[in-house]
Design a protein around this ligand. Structure first.
Ligand code: NAD
Length: 351
């Protein structure tokens, strides 16, 4: 499986990816081709990309890495650079980076001159199996995650697992959280395979995760229904991530680390409200705590995080909506959760 077809774009893996992008650029006759990098992907990934695509690239644009730079200010800088360098509606932007960069670059491209083409080349495990797939683009606003954005599909997504060789272990583990999520929401057997995995940059598992995400996105590209299952762990996870982002005196928490906590907490809610067995709940908790260090939450932290939940994009008419599990491999949508259960979920996590 080297190409995973979708309605509007393709995900190409390894060998086919090089030929696919070169052919695409040739056929589309772009006026200018831009590559967006950050300081790390410029150092570690750009040279590998230019080895085969150097002749097709006109300009390289650079932003600073980090979630704190996933802002409208950074977009403004990239829009300005694109303008200064003569980008027009026939230009192409190639996003070479992790989820921060593909989210931001996708949004910049989707809005520049009412939308130019973009291609994602994810360079972290998280962006390979999740962020670069499915067309969600955007930036944070204030301390709230992904508040400004659009859903717009890239022309193609290219996956080169060898780019993961330079990614540090903590980042790899963060991406692994999203892979575990794919098992939890869709495929019990996959969950069981992943539970015992020690080498995260595993091509077969990357392909499996992409296939699961792609299948869900193809069925519901604009998140009217089934696509919401991909938000498992993210309702509480995003609130936790936002809270840590806003409080630099707290230790940093990567996206995958925050949603790993979210998946345990929402596992508890699933047990209380949707009949997820205690055995499965304990399995979820043990598995995540095997890979992710327990986060220390004070009572004050918990109070503020619960407050932040009210701002989640997935809320409708003031209700907090959750995706919960009936069993491992099977998720249900739009579950309203009584607020008193949130504190109990944190108490279970802390036990
Ligand atoms: P990231 O983009 O911040 O990258 C992590 C770090 O690794 C950065 O410092 C980056 O410069 C560096 N890096 C990237 N590739 C490297 C490589 N090959 N070698 C060495 N260093 C490298 O983090 P991430 O985990 O990839 O993405 C997190 C973001 O993804 C969050 O903003 C989250 O909201 C977003 N996200 C989006 C979606 C979506 O559907 N759009 C889904 C999940 C997550």
């Amino acid at each position: 499986m080297n190409s995973i077809a979708s309605d509007s774009y393709n995900v190409y893996l390894e060998e086919l990816a090089e030929a696919a992008i070169l052919q695409h650029i040739q056929v589309k006759k772009y006026s200018k081709v831009f590559v967006l990098v950050d300081e790390n992907t410029k150092k570690y990934c750009l040279p590998k990309f230019l080895e085969f695509a150097g002749d097709a690239i006109d300009e390289t644009l650079e932003i600073s890495s980090g979630e704190e730079n996933k802002t409208i200010q950074t977009c403004t800088e990239v829009w300005r650079e694109l303008s200064n360098l003569g980008a027009d509606r026939q230009s192409l932007l190639i996003n070479l980076g992790g989820g921060v960069l593909t989210d931001l670059g996708g949004f910049v491209a989707s809005t520049f001159k009412r939308g130019i083409d973009f291609i994602n080349i994810p360079t972290t495990l998280l962006s390979m199996v999740d962020a670069s797939i499915g067309g969600k683009t955007g930036v944070d606003f204030g301390s709230l995650k992904n508040q400004i954005g659009v859903i717009n599909q890239p022309q193609m997504v290219l996956i080169f697992p060898k780019l993961l060789e330079t990614l540090d272990k903590r980042q790899l583990t963060s991406g692994f959280a999203e892979m575990l999520k794919h098992g939890l929401i869709k495929d019990q057997l996959y969950w069981e395979n992943l539970r015992n995995l020690t080498e995260f940059a595993n091509s077969d598992c990357i392909k499996k995760s992409i296939a699961i995400k792609n299948e869900v996105v193809m069925e519901d590209p604009t998140e009217k229904g089934i696509r919401k299952i991909l938000n498992y762990g993210h309702t509480l996870g995003h609130a936790i991530e936002s809270y840590f982002l806003k409080n630099p005196e707290k230790s940093t928490l990567l996206h995958g680390e925050a949603i790993a906590v979210g998946m345990i907490l929402e596992g508890y809610l699933s047990h209380e409200l949707k009949g997820l067995s205690m055995l499965s709940l304990e399995d979820i908790k043990t598995t995540f705590l095997n890979y992710f260090k327990k986060v220390d939450f004070t009572e004050e932290d918990i109070r503020i995080i619960i407050d932040l939940l009210k701002h989640d994009k997935k809320n409708t008419h003031g209700d907090v909506n959750f995706v919960l599990l009936q069993e491992i491999g099977s998720a249900v949508l739009d579950v309203k959760v009584p607020t008193e259960l949130f504190e109990k979920a944190f108490a279970y996590y802390k036990q």
